[in-house]
Design a binder for this molecule. Structure first.
Ligand SMILES: Nc1ncnc2c1ncn2[C@@H]1O[C@H](COP(=O)(O)OS(=O)(=O)O)[C@@H](OP(=O)(O)O)[C@H]1O
Length: 303
């Protein structure tokens, strides 16, 4: 986990900026993708090109609302278990968020560094691949992802709200939301599903069997933990455990971020037309691909 006060300070600052930001002012577009002005700047994006990755960096890549904070917690606990040192990162962990000088400060951080990102594959700095950082890519079915994203906007008091779920859904399908299109993100990352140093993890698989998921993550990172250690981390990483701790770890936003943690919550909001539209989009973009198979769309997205 990032150093708590820095993490919470950063989120509080972003929320403060959000108070003065309407939905129509929320996005800056950089290289064709919309990002929230409350968290991203052109200057930081330009500085990001010079970021120097290390071979022992762990990058957690995900589209928003796919479980990034969950995996960050798991990986931090795994590092704690092997190093006996509590993992702290003195920066907000999202690589592309913050001020342009952060990459200079990050040069001084001890290894291993855990970085998170919502960037599409082709927007990442080249040093990540050149220096062979390990990349965990977290995916979640698009319907629950959209519902989680909508609630985040409309439940957190200071974040600009959408007029309705229908309006959010329209923008989500068009990719006119923060970090752009879920499907473009997925198509882009799918090309790299078998790359060396890359491992894809499914939110729904973790929900199904957290112990097995944590074991797989641990093996991918080259750690050797006992079953007991894995069980302990699993118990600390359930939704209820993380939600109970969320004000301490994430400040005021905690209970909104750790909202429900369920598979299938989309059934409460999607109407028939929206279901058809999403099913169609999935078919066009991902059906028959490795990632499409991994997502088990029939099981999780067809009622
Ligand atoms: N431990 C655990 N178990 C199950 N689900 C969990 C867990 N931790 C986080 N979550 C759920 O992940 C959703 C938030 O995703 P992210 O952390 O990627 O959000 S963000 O993009 O970084 O803002 C959000 O989903 P929703 O509850 O559906 O909104 C969180 O509740």
């Amino acid at each position: 986990m990032a150093d708590k006060s820095k993490f919470i300070d950063y989120i509080d600052d972003a929320l403060e900026k959000s108070k003065e930001t309407t939905l129509s002012q929320l996005f800056l577009t950089y290289q064709g993708i919309p990002y929230p002005v409350t968290m991203c700047t052109q200057e930081t994006f330009r500085a990001l090109d010079a970021f120097e990755a290390r071979s022992d960096d762990v990058l957690l890549a995900s589209y928003p609302k796919c479980g990034s904070n969950w995996i960050l917690h798991i990986v931090s606990e795994l590092i704690f278990a092997v190093s006996k040192k509590k993992y702290t990162c003195p920066e907000f962990p999202v690589l592309e968020c913050g001020d342009a000088e952060k990459y200079q400060r990050m040069k001084l951080f001890p290894s291993p560094r855990i970085l998170t990102t919502h960037l599409h594959y082709d927007k990442l700095p080249q040093s990540i691949f050149k220096n062979k950082a390990k990349i965990l890519v977290i995916f979640r079915n698009p319907k629950d992802t959209a519902v989680s994203f909508f609630h985040f906007h409309n439940d957190v008091p200071d974040i600009p709200s959408y007029a309705s779920w229908d309006e959010f859904f329209r923008q989500f399908i068009k990719g006119q939301v923060s970090w752009g299109s879920y499907f473009d993100f997925a198509i882009n990352w799918n090309k790299h599903i078998d790359d060396e140093n890359v491992k894809f993890i499914l939110y729904e698989d973790l929900k199904e069997n957290l112990v097995v998921g944590i074991k797989q993550i641990s093996e991918f990172l080259g750690f050797s933990l006992t079953d007991e250690q894995i069980e302990t981390i699993s118990a600390q990483s359930t939704f209820l455990a993380m939600r109970a701790n969320s004000q301490e770890t994430h400040g005021a936003i905690g209970p909104f971020l750790f909202r429900k943690g369920e598979v299938g919550d989309w059934k409460r909001l999607f109407n028939e037309t929206q279901n058809q539209e999403m099913d169609e989009r999935f078919k066009e973009c991902l059906a028959g691909t490795s990632l499409g198979d991994k997502l088990k769309y029939e099981a999780y997205c067809l009622a």
